[in-house]
Design a protein around this ligand. Structure first.
Ligand code: TA6
Length: 300
């Protein structure tokens, strides 16, 4: 477990970022600059709060989220890597890969000219649990916190053979109420409906949620918008290097079974995820780097 004193000595920046122990003993970066505040657990490099000043929190965090070593935090931005969903060959391996439950290292922190703050995390094969992933890689994750939240996940193949990955930023967004929101930007897209026997369908748009929704939209590079009539705001989700978008809400029954969604938590969240999965899984050649980017902003 990294040492708080060492982290603050090397990476704290007054007026921007420091490191503290948090719930469950998990160390996290605490960012508070003139534009926004945020919190990022070193476990999973997991952003679990982003709060532009003057706005309601944008990322949803379950009131029952477990902050425990090795447990995925329910909310914020879980990093799904090097597979999205269940492992294709071995369903006993953790869903959504291991990146979100292992300890990442802090590489750099930076105060930006516009008042924002950037922190870069790294994950290498040395920190990977044995038996999960045989390939030589470096994963970098750059997070820029300001009036927008920008994330950049870089997969670098440091080995001499190509490897295939699927991946995603599995982001939970706060909404006023599920009955008073719609999602735009997916019109005409084909999706795999994981809540209906993996049938392939075409989205009518706008997407309104009145029951469990678990959809992998394929071959789409479009930005999406969550139109929130209750909070009277729009959340824009732009992306680069991503061919799939996932929309997920477990609804009441699944949420109950999951046990860490809180009381009626499903009504105040929706996941709009920046992904490469299924037909859009990708291969990284030796020496190559693949970048997955997402940028969130709030519009009145
Ligand atoms: O992205 C949607 C999904 O793949 C759902 O099928 C559901 O499993 C969700 O992710 C949550 O997965 P988790 O492993 O975080 O409980």
């Amino acid at each position: 477990m990294p040492d708080l004193e060492h982290l603050n000595h090397h990476f704290a920046i007054p007026g921007h970022i420091d490191f503290v122990g948090g719930p469950g003993g998990l160390i996290h970066a605490r960012i508070n600059n003139t534009l926004a505040s945020a919190e990022i657990a070193l476990q999973g490099a997991h952003i679990f709060n982003w709060h532009p000043h003057g706005e309601a929190p944008v990322l949803w965090l379950s009131e029952a989220a477990r902050f425990e070593p090795g447990e995925a935090i329910r909310g914020g931005v879980p990093i799904c890597w090097p597979w999205f969903g269940l492992h294709e060959q071995d369903a006993a391996l953790p869903p959504h890969g291991f990146a979100r439950t292992v300890m990442w290292k802090v590489a750099t922190t930076e105060a930006l000219p516009d008042g924002g703050t950037r922190i870069v995390f790294m994950l290498t094969q040395e920190q990977t649990p044995p038996g999960f992933w045989p390939h030589a890689f470096t994963l970098s994750y750059s997070v820029t916190v300001g009036s927008e939240l920008a994330m950049e996940l870089g997969t670098h193949n440091t080995g001499d053979t190509p490897f295939a990955i699927s991946e995603g930023l599995h982001t939970y967004f706060t909404i006023g109420d599920i009955a008073e929101m719609e999602i735009r930007g997916l019109k005409g897209c084909t999706y795999v409906d994981k809540a209906d026997e993996l049938k392939r369908k075409v989205e009518a748009d706008p997407l309104i949620i009145t029951a469990e929704v678990d959809r992998v939209y394929l071959d789409t590079t479009s930005a999406c918008r969550i139109e929130d009539r209750k909070l009277n705001r729009r959340i824009r989700i732009a992306k680069h290097g991503s061919q799939s978008t996932v929309v997920w809400n477990p609804w009441s029954e699944k949420a109950e079974i999951m046990g860490d969604m809180g009381v009626n938590g499903y009504r105040s969240m929706v996941c709009v995820e920046t992904v490469n999965a299924l037909d859009n899984a990708l291969t990284v050649a030796p020496g190559e780097t693949h970048m997955l980017r997402a940028i969130y902003s709030v519009e009145p």
